[in-house]
Design a protein around this ligand. Structure first.
Ligand code: GAP
Length: 577
């Protein structure tokens, strides 16, 4: 098979999955359109994601604007630090990611080099665009956010969000109330994010506008035990830890329970979402042998994150591609937004039993001090509350002036008080999925070619759950009432919510090939026997085997097949008809 990337992208364009946007004006790199079949496939992948996170985990979905005011991204650190290292080729003038040039030239550690060191390191590398040796270049930081202005007058700066996550952080107080002030809780968002990538030359992998599906799960900092950990405790997969990477070793297969117990994964929450992500990616059609979980190296991890794992999918063209990131972001984001906005982002955690605490109260003699200090009296009382009294009295500072209050003008009372709970800043566990990269992985891994009746067959071996068209319906002939029956079957299936496509044009073999190429998992054929027995044939795309089943059972059978509740091989009497 020739280059899979070329084949997949050619098929994707030809059959209406994906193409470059505004082609008639000359495409702009980093932007794509999902065509009719691509948009449907993407929607199905997003719905599977929703099933895992919204239905099963119970984290409700929210929808925030894609533009936010500057303060949000000052707090998040994006205004200051969300940049890539860029240089310009002195020969062809192409802008390049300096760290990618270094990677391509076999230079490691680019992400931790200063700009000057990186410039020196890549001087001997070739420009990936024109292939000339770069020579002397300047490396500088290029902020990846798209800036805009809000409203007339261009005074209010806004940015297109570079991740959906910030929406969930700034909504924290409202979400907390929605979840009745109780931890843990989570909110998710599926939507567009924007990054002004320097040189997006990798098809759907590096886009300037892309879709993220992110969950932000707010947990008690001292209770990172997932309440449903048992679900994935025995889930086993190869884990490539940072230690393995540092020692040049292979990934080691272990269960989530063992990974947490051995301290390989920081806590149950991270381990739970590593396993759930594996489960989800396999569900959409990623092959387990082309999927690995790689822990971030200490110098790769955000300074505030305690642990971070990437789900990487192997692409024949691009190698291992980061597709999902799962991080324990600690309390960094909530603290940053609380500081920037002045809004507390804490949860009151009530103790099971109130705690007794000794408290010292200082009670001023109001009448004497009131008369003595008049307008300043209120400030004096307030300062006295926090003073450290001696036998002689207490010194307080009011408006920069130190005032001595004699001991006979206040009373010190030691009391035992009930403390009912405390305000804490939750930690955030974040699984962050790139939907476009998932779509590409599904397309690339589904692409296959085989030979049928001496002819090449191109087939997308999609999981029935992500296939855009779920079933095709063919009348063997467009006469003798076969077409009417096929049309009725199509209508009945559509009314059950199944995307069925009626096709009566050309030889039956050609019709099968057309559906195979877009990954339709099942095809129903109405033939002359149908009129006698009210049965049709159902053909399985992958094995090309057929079974004959009754028209009346079609809706539930096809439903079960496309939802994955039933396998084709478990249908009775499946045979090569
Ligand atoms: N909130 C965390 C966050 O945004 P990230 O690793 O920058 O983390 C998460 O992004 C996922 O989004 C990535 O694993 C990737 O799948 C996807 N992604 C990031 N940048 C992308 C781009 N330029 N084009 C397509 N997908 C991208």
């Amino acid at each position: 098979m020739s280059d899979v990337f070329e084949n997949v992208m050619d098929l994707a364009k030809r059959r209406g999955f994906i193409w470059q946007t505004s082609e008639c004006y000359g495409a702009v790199a980093g932007f794509i359109d999902y065509g009719p079949l691509g948009a449907m496939m993407k929607r199905r992948i997003e719905d599977i994601w929703r099933n895992f996170y919204v239905i099963e985990e119970g984290y409700y979905e929210i929808e925030c604007p894609t533009i936010a005011q500057e303060a949000v991204f000052i707090a998040s650190g994006h205004v200051k630090g969300f940049s890539d290292k860029m240089c310009q080729c002195p020969h062809c003038k192409e802008y390049l990611r300096a760290d990618h040039v270094a990677d391509g030239g076999g230079i490691s550690g680019a992400s931790t080099m200063t700009n000057e060191a990186l410039a020196a390191a890549i001087a001997a590398c070739k420009c990936p665009a024109c292939e000339e040796v770069l020579g002397t270049v300047e490396v500088y930081n290029f902020n990846l956010m798209f800036a805009t202005t809000i409203g007339p007058g261009s005074q209010r700066i806004g940015y297109l969000r570079p991740e959906t996550a910030q929406g969930m952080f700034v909504d924290f107080a409202r979400l907390l109330r929605f979840y009745r002030d109780t931890l843990p809780f989570g909110a998710v968002q599926i939507g567009k994010s924007y990054r002004n990538e320097i040189s997006p030359r990798q098809g759907m992998i590096r886009l300037r506008e892309f879709t993220q599906a992110e969950a932000e799960i707010f947990v008690h900092p001292d209770k990172k035990t997932h309440p449903k950990f048992a679900r994935y405790a025995d889930y086993t997969m190869p884990l490539l830890t940072y230690v393995h990477q540092q020692n040049g070793e292979e990934a080691v297969t272990m269960s989530m329970r063992v990974a947490v117990d051995k301290g390989v994964i920081a806590n149950e929450y991270v381990a739970y979402y590593v396993a759930l992500t594996h489960d989800l990616l396999v569900t959409i059609g990623v092959k387990p042998d082309r999927l690995r979980f790689r822990q971030h190296l200490p110098d790769e991890r955000a300074h505030y994150a305690t642990d971070c794992w990437d789900a990487e999918v192997f692409s024949q063209r691009f190698g291992w591609v980061e597709t999902v990131g799962i991080a324990d972001r600690t309390d960094y984001d909530l603290n940053a937004h609380a500081k920037q906005s002045g809004t507390p982002m804490t949860v009151f955690i009530q103790y099971t039993e109130p705690r007794k605490e000794n408290r010292r109260r200082i009670i001023p003699n109001m009448s004497v001090l009131g008369k003595q200090y008049r307008q300043k009296a209120k400030a004096v009382f307030a300062a006295l509350e926090h003073a450290t009294p001696t036998a002689d009295g207490a010194d307080v500072v009011v408006d920069g002036e130190t005032i001595h209050i004699p001991a006979n003008l206040f009373e010190v009372r030691d009391e035992v008080v009930d403390i009912r709970g405390e305000e804490i800043v939750p930690h955030v566990i974040e699984p962050s999925y790139g939907i476009d990269r998932m779509c590409y992985a599904v397309l690339e891994q589904a692409y296959d070619e085989d030979t049928v009746d001496g002819e090449k067959r191109t087939v997308l071996r999609f999981s029935p759950r992500v296939a855009p068209v779920q079933v095709a319906v063919f009348p063997l002939m467009t006469r003798d009432g076969l077409d009417t029956i096929a049309d009725e079957i199509t209508h009945t299936l559509k009314r059950k919510g199944i995307l069925a496509e009626y096709d009566d044009s050309g030889a039956i073999g050609r019709r099968y090939r057309r559906q195979d190429e877009i990954g339709t998992p099942f095809a129903i054929t109405v033939d002359y026997e149908t009129k006698e027995t009210r049965t049709v044939t159902v053909r399985d795309r992958d094995s090309m085997k057929q079974v004959r089943i009754g028209i009346d059972t079609l809706p539930q059978t096809i439903s079960a097949l496309v939802n994955g509740d039933m396998k084709f091989t478990s249908l009775p009497a499946h045979q090569n008809l």
